[in-house]
Design a protein around this ligand. Sequence first.
Ligand SMILES: Cc1cc2nc3c(=O)[nH]c(=O)nc-3n(C[C@H](O)[C@H](O)[C@H](O)COP(=O)(O)OP(=O)(O)OC[C@H]3O[C@@H](n4cnc5c(N)ncnc54)[C@H](O)[C@@H]3O)c2cc1C
Length: 428
Amino acid sequence: MHYVIVGNGVAGTRAAMTIRQRHEPQQARITLISDESPYFFSRTALMYAYMDQLRRRDLEPYEREVYDRQQIERIEAQVVDLDAESKKLTLDDGRVITFDRCLLAVGAGPRMIDFQGLDDVEDGLVHFVSLQDLDTCERLTWSTDHAVVVGGGLIGVELVECFRHHGLQVTFLVREPYYWPAAFAEEEGQMISEHIRSHGVDLCHETQLASIETDSRGRVSAVVTEDDEQIQCQMLGIAIGVVPRVNWLRDVATPPAIGAGLRVNRAFETSLPGVYGAGDCIEIELDPKKEPLHEPIWYAARRHGELAARSMLDDDISYEPPIFYNSSKFFDIEYTTVGEVQDLPAGTNTLYRRKPDAAVSQRIVVDGDNCVLGFSMLGSRWDHTVLTRWIKENRSLDFVRRNLPDAQFDVEFGRVDLDSFNEEMRTL
Ligand SMILES: Cc1cc2nc3c(=O)[nH]c(=O)nc-3n(C[C@H](O)[C@H](O)[C@H](O)COP(=O)(O)OP(=O)(O)OC[C@H]3O[C@@H](n4cnc5c(N)ncnc54)[C@H](O)[C@@H]3O)c2cc1C
């Protein structure tokens, strides 16, 4: 059986390792194809490489020998065609790879808008998604005094932090009235905005990019906002989200069903026999009456990869999304979120606790029966396994408040004194 996996990110690599754990090389030949890098690396750690805190090699979670030891073949090329009937993939160098089962784990790429002036840009415009983006950022940093970053999400703020680390002046254009409404209520969003500003960033809310200006060599020289303000800059970071890298699949010999992403069922099967999908590129049809689920985060991609591999190995898989969890940071503010904290139904109660004069807060969401539904914790570190357990156990707000210290990480990172907080309970 030849298992061919397109994309060696966390989803694809996890799938390869899962197949190998089950079957010896004589039973299962595994090939991993990537057009980005010969070895799996941690995309979430890109910023630490840019800030010179990690070497490129340190981004790779596995020793390189592992691939040979586990007999996982690697191909560096772009897949340009898929024929599910003859079970063939075509690469951009003309090679044809046959498969018995194929996993498409092709990830997501930067979302882009056709800004005025974009056609004239030859250099100076960057995204921050791939290793090639990191190369471009590193090449341009030393000839840049002022950078503009557009887009107030997770990747935007990471790019801003990297630019500040290298001593650049940074203007951060964010369309929304406060930082990241998709994840935060106004209080948290404003707290993070203040924190970003305290790091010397010129953060402009409710400001949108209208056009890009270039110099005689085509390098970005300025941007103009929709309020007609011109900002001189030599680098422009566009971080307005990511989209599944599935467009190429619309034109292949046997196109799979595609919506906003590659459509899969609960067993990670696409509409094509023998072809599966996993990670940032997929949308999962859980319920035909509802919008498909798109989970573009690291832990989800890892889980998809493992389950898709098991499905390819003929295990009976029916995906149930677990309680949501994610963690990140915004400059010095640690962030942990668990369960439901956004798009809450009317009548939901939220308890918001903020430490006076410090960028530390907790939001606890409870349902009408006072059972806890979600947590949004900023400014200190939390053990998501404890918070997840409390949600699963339908714990009451009183219980959670009494036991909150149990969910804090301590020793190495220090606990926050949980007593001196201002509190506000609000019903949505
Ligand atoms: C800067 C940054 C920070 C992030 N921080 C966080 C975070 O803090 N927490 C979190 O949960 N998530 C974070 N994410 C998201 C997380 O990294 C992704 O959800 C995860 O990496 C997705 O893994 P994947 O395997 O699905 O896809 P990817 O890692 O994107 O891998 C897909 C691979 O397939 C390759 N490929 C695509 N098309 C082809 C083709 N036709 N032929 C060959 N190869 C192809 C791509 O080049 C890529 O190498 C971050 C993302 C970025 C960019």
